[in-house]
Design a protein around this ligand. Structure first.
Ligand SMILES: [Zn+2]
Length: 345
């Protein structure tokens, strides 16, 4: 009987001890849980941010390029948007978007400006000059759309007035649109005065704005990469970023599409990264682009899109002068196709 009582007592003590141990352990887990979750969140935050390659130069983060805003990185919908919007599986896409603070007119492209080394190894920026132009620009847009990737366009003002509907397609596709002067004048020639250079720059931007019905990005590329010192100083006062390039495709003198692909890939494999200069104005470039984008993808290259932090405020006097020159009624912002339609042939 005593043994039985002893056994019962021992069992009760064991149960109490087990329960106490269980409770102690459980309460620690429960108490620890919120701390663990917040620790995970804290870890995840920098991980998300560091997924974007850090700019090699601090100057870029401070004065020129800002890798996607931290706030945007925390919004999964916004962050995933470039990928989910693409219907093509395995497309080249856009690996990251950099936002440029153009205050003071920063320069990009190592052929002339070595201050802002913001691209990581295997990263490229696609840029196209001299458009918009029938057939060639739409073909370039199609090749980019097929790979769900984005570029920066530097249209010529005059061309923008000839083919505004094509330039609107460029902007509508989500590409960045800057400007490339009014008439592709060499702003570094001996005949070029400061006033003429200013006119070329401002009229070019106003023409792009007139075509788009919206302000362009404050991104500018000098025709023939001829950087005039006075024009550069002027762009600085207008807070317009100046684009040279890291890698010239020399597509305007290529005998065929294959030569363009070879030139770009050979230079790229040597340099490892860079802002690539091409022309949507050129037929061979339009023909080369599907192959070139395929080669970039196969080579493990990633496309970075450059966007401006804020649009350019064009100068009203140039906007107005252009409208007058063009004899465009101010009210006529409707596209040709919506005004004139062929109803029988
Ligand atoms: Zn050009």
């Amino acid at each position: 009987m005593r043994n039985a009582v002893g056994l019962i007592l021992a069992s009760v003590v064991s149960v109490v001890v087990i329960a106490a141990v269980w409770f102690w352990t459980y309460s620690r887990v429960v108490l620890a849980a919120p701390a663990t979750v917040s620790a995970l969140q804290a870890e995840r935050l920098p991980a998300t941010l560091s997924a974007k390659p850090a700019p090699a130069s601090e100057d870029v983060a401070i004065t020129a390029a800002i890798s996607a805003q931290p706030a945007a990185a925390l919004k999964p919908a916004a962050a995933a948007q470039p990928k989910t919007a693409c219907a093509t599986p395995g497309a080249l896409g856009v690996s990251r978007v950099v936002e440029i603070d153009t205050t003071g007119g920063p320069g990009f492209g190592f052929e002339h400006f070595k201050q802002f080394d913001f691209l990581a190894d295997k990263e490229v920026v696609l840029t196209f000059d001299d458009g918009p132009w029938p057939a060639n620009t739409p073909a370039v847009l199609k090749a980019l759309a097929d790979e769900c990737t984005k570029a920066v366009f530097f249209p010529i003002g005059k061309h923008a007035t000839y083919h505004p509907e094509i330039l609107r397609q460029v902007a509508a596709a989500g590409h960045t649109v800057g400007a490339h002067t009014w008439s592709h004048a060499n702003l570094n020639s001996k005949k070029m005065t400061e006033q003429l250079a200013k006119d070329e720059i401002e009229k070019g931007f106003s023409a792009v704005k007139l075509a788009l019905g919206a302000a362009p990005s404050p991104f500018f590329r000098f025709p023939e990469l001829q950087h005039g010192p006075a024009a550069m100083a002027y762009l600085g006062t207008r807070n317009v970023a100046i684009f040279s390039c890291d890698l010239d495709s020399f597509d305007f003198r290529a005998k065929d599409a294959a030569q363009i692909v070879n030139t770009v890939m050979t230079k790229l494999d040597k340099q490892g990264k860079g802002i690539i200069l091409m022309h949507d104005f050129q037929k061979h470039t339009a023909e080369a682009l599907p192959t070139l984008l395929g080669r970039l993808k196969a080579g493990g290259y990633k496309v970075v899109q450059m966007k401006a932090k804020a649009p350019l405020e064009t100068l009203a006097e140039y906007d107005e002068a252009l409208v007058k020159d063009m004899k465009v009624p101010v009210a006529s912002t409707r596209a040709l196709g919506s005004v004139v339609q062929t109803i029988s042939q």
